[in-house]
Design a protein around this ligand. Sequence first.
Ligand code: ADP
Length: 469
Amino acid sequence: MIDDDELAPLLEESAEELYEHAPAAYLSSLANGTIVKVNQTLLDWTGYARDDIVGHRRVHDLLAPGARIYYETHYAPLLQMQGSVREIAVEIVRADGTRLPVLMNSTAVTDDRGRPRVVRTTIFDASDRRRYERELLRARNEAELRARSSLALDHVYEAVVLLDQQGRVEVLNPSAERIFGVETATVTGKPAADVLEGWEAVGDVPAGACPEVVLARHGVQEQWLAVAAVDAGDGVVYTIRDVTSDHRLEELRNELIAIVSHELRTPLTGAYGAAHTLLARGDQLDPGARQALLEMVVEQTRRLSGIVDQILTASRIDTGNVPTAAEIFDASDVVDPLVRDRGEEGVRVVVAVPEGVLVRADLDRLRQVMTNLVENALKYAPGTVRVALVQEPGVARFTVSDDGPGIPASEHERIFEKFYRLDPDQRGGVSGIGLGLYIARELVTRMGGGIGLLPRERGTTFYVDVPLA
Ligand code: ADP
């Protein structure tokens, strides 16, 4: 046991110790602000010697300029009015000019007439707290920024995929979900090569290189993708755009140039050769040979104008510039031109179309479609071409049948695409630019009807449905 006599001096000493080395800085000042007492902690924190401060400086002098103004305009008046001020955040300037964020608390000690005699100030180091607040603010800003970037990612047209260094999916935006046909939740954290169909082609694009257009396959579907890859340090960001339709357009343009230049050249050469021979040696030829050459000029120029007409019609269709009438007429009116003026070929066309079936369509356009089908049949099939008409619920159905090579079922839809031909190299020796059926379908659809192929064992049967009047 320590007795009181021993304890008293110890406590006295330790009170002083406590004051000097407390975890807070203490400072006493007069009413005019002059500092009259400080503890060691304050000196340690600020780097001043006791004599630099005590009796020489005012509280005001220790503060950074901003804090000084605040002290003058708020702190001191508040202290005077309330007798105390709590937890005010200011900055103290150290002897070396650096700043120390602190929290200041002051209490005014008054005399018995209520006049302030001395002000006692306790100062806490707020560096940690300030750092914490700054960190909190930074984290909040960062979180907001992230939220905004992810909002932007959700709405960009391009697909964005972020893979980690092991090639696992970290981020996948909605455009990427659409391109790969997946949902973020089911693929995140999994290897892209396993969960994104067609990724092999995309993943082959090296980071940092120029964007590349690659062909990705999803089962039977093909997609052309423009891919740019960027190394993001701890992963790779892929930006992907679906350029399938651009690619298809580009292909179409190339096809158009190739086909048209080839298809125009053949009749041009024929017509030119025949005309040239007539010009150079016409008078030496017998009438039969002259007649044959003249017929050749007519036939080839007819072909040329047919090709030009098809290209123009197709381009008008593409720009939506092909109006179709809704006339009411007898379906049998359509068939006349199918046989007329066909000379020997006309003999091959057998028409079985009853009179008296009234339809609502565009007569000229419907004739154009039927002529095209008959010409195709004459072109691609030897033997008889049969044109028939039957009445079905709501529609009149024309059919054009031949016993030629037929069209495989897998191609029944594709032959209606622009420039699509079963024998693009024309080894069969039959010319054509692959626009006829495309135009036919577009026109029939505009008339409110339909066109397609009926299943056949041998040969081909096209049908054209138009609404009954
Ligand atoms: P083209 O100018 O090549 O005849 P179309 O669009 O009219 O163009 O026809 C497209 C393709 O469909 C043709 O190239 C041909 O391969 C095929 N085709 C059309 N009609 C027939 C038919 N009656 N028999 C066989 N093949 C046909």
